[in-house]
Design a protein around this ligand. Structure first.
Ligand SMILES: Cc1cc2nc3c(=O)[nH]c(=O)nc-3n(C[C@H](O)[C@H](O)[C@H](O)COP(=O)(O)OP(=O)(O)OC[C@H]3O[C@@H](n4cnc5c(N)ncnc54)[C@H](O)[C@@H]3O)c2cc1C
Length: 394
């Protein structure tokens, strides 16, 4: 008899928690439960489809799924299909790794208009998440306002700006890619409330904006006569100083040198959104599509005896995929200490069943096969019915 641990949420933090547990207790039985029939959380549905190198972390997670005592239970939403209490009764410990991706609101009038999209809804749409199959109508979109100064804002601007050729080897949903390619895009404005010295872009992602085939990156020179805050710790200061250098390069670019521009505007707070325009503290600009990239919130994770929380569900929506590793390993040590003080529960196998790892591998195989003739890494199954039909072997 050994302890059984349920991990709810098969995203990075859930997998890293499993990894942390198995390092010290390879005898544990671990069930990874996800509401989707596909594992990997935001690696599949958040990370930009043109960043396949980042998505490759899934291979590490696959190695965990291949372990005999790690099982995947897909298409099971805890709190809907099974209560948290019911789950806790069957397992010796429960780890909550459910993430946190409800788009935060700007809190300005006009935010509910149909041309205003939160970044999660937008990115989930182009990444093929089955809950977000309705995207914005791009057919008449010339001007886009992307609000936010983090890497998700860069993802959104870049994915709209890249040409079909640049997106050809990605796993963007093909229809979404076609809608972007057909849109009459002219300008994407990336809007920051504060100055460029506070932007949280990382250097490589910002520099990538200067290498887009059909789009020229621009920035307002007047805003760039600043230095990275001296009070910041050295790595932060260096990152910000490098960002300023990259932005100064953008400020030197010729505005009409390419059919599309991605323009970085700072010190511009959104005041109101109206059809076709956005009012900023610096003036009103045209905007046929507004994408807010200002962070996420989530529901309070459950608590209780033997219940532990990891990842974005624990820390809030901050940190990259690697950040979750150390955090999840630390929580895994707490879980092991807890288990060490208890005898394993007896009783029938508590795992809720719907789809399993074999089902995910059938989806994976079908998607990769669909990508081969197109030279893409995969073409995703994007609706619940196809995902479940393939996972269940129909
Ligand atoms: C748009 C976007 C782009 C990003 N790009 C990058 C990047 O390029 N590089 C990088 O390092 N980081 C990136 N990140 C950050 C990275 O994705 C997160 O650090 C990481 O995914 C957090 O892991 P997690 O396991 O806590 O949550 P998630 O990845 O969100 O996983 C949570 C899982 O829980 C499941 N779930 C939720 N509720 C339930 C429930 N009730 N029952 C069962 N299952 C449930 C979900 O389906 C999901 O699979 C990005 C984030 C976003 C939002």
């Amino acid at each position: 008899m050994t302890h059984r641990v349920a991990i709810v949420g098969a995203g990075p933090s859930g997998f890293y928690a499993a990894d942390g547990l198995l390092r010290d207790r390879p005898d544990l039985r671990i069930d990874l439960i996800d509401r989707l029939p596909t594992p990997f959380g935001l690696v599949r549905s958040g990370v930009a489809p043109d960043h396949q190198g980042t998505k490759a972390v899934a291979r590490q997670f696959e190695r965990l799924l291949a372990q005999p005592d790690v099982r995947f239970a897909g298409n099971v939403e805890i709190g809907r299909d099974l209560s948290w209490d019911e789950l806790c009764q069957g397992y010796d410990a429960v780890i909550v790794a459910t993430g946190m991706v409800i788009d935060r609101k700007l809190g300005v009038p006009g935010e509910e208009l149909p041309h205003v999209w939160g970044s999660w809804k937008f990115v989930a749409w182009l990444n093929g998440h089955p809950d977000f199959r309705q995207g914005p109508d791009l057919s008449a979109v010339r001007h886009v306002a992307v609000i936010g100064n983090g890497n998700v804002a860069l993802d959104v601007a870049r994915l709209l700006a890249k040409s079909p050729e640049e997106m050809a080897r990605t796993d963007i949903v093909p229809e979404t890619g076609q809608a972007i390619a057909a849109a009459p895009l002219a300008r994407i404005l990336v809007i920051g409330r504060r100055g460029p010295e506070h932007a949280s872009f990382t250097n490589n992602e910002l520099a990538e904006m200067g290498r887009i085939g059909r789009a020229v990156a621009l920035a307002d020179a007047a805003a760039l006569d600043v230095a990275a805050p001296a009070s910041d710790p050295t790595p932060e200061r260096l990152r910000k100083a490098k960002n300023l250098e990259i932005l100064r390069g953008f400020a030197g670019n010729t505005p009409d040198s390419k059919p599309l521009s991605v323009h970085f505007r700072f010190h511009a707070a959104p005041i109101a959104i109206r059809p076709g325009e956005i009012e900023l503290s610096t003036g009103t600009v045209p905007a046929d599509l507004v994408v807010t990239c200002i962070g996420y919130r989530g529901e309070e994770p459950p608590t209780g005896e033997g219940v532990f929380t990891v990842g974005w569900a624990q820390r809030g929506p901050v940190g990259t995929i690697p950040t979750n590793r150390a955090d999840s390993h630390a929580v895994a040590r707490e879980v092991l200490a807890w288990l060490g003080r208890r005898d394993p529960k007896s009783g029938p196998d508590p795992m809720p069943r719907s789809t399993d790892a074999a089902g995910w591998h059938r989806i994976d195989k079908a998607e990769i096969a669909a990508g081969v003739p197109l030279g893409r890494p995969r073409v995703k199954l994007i609706d619940w019915k196809s995902l479940l039909d393939v996972a269940q072997g129909d």
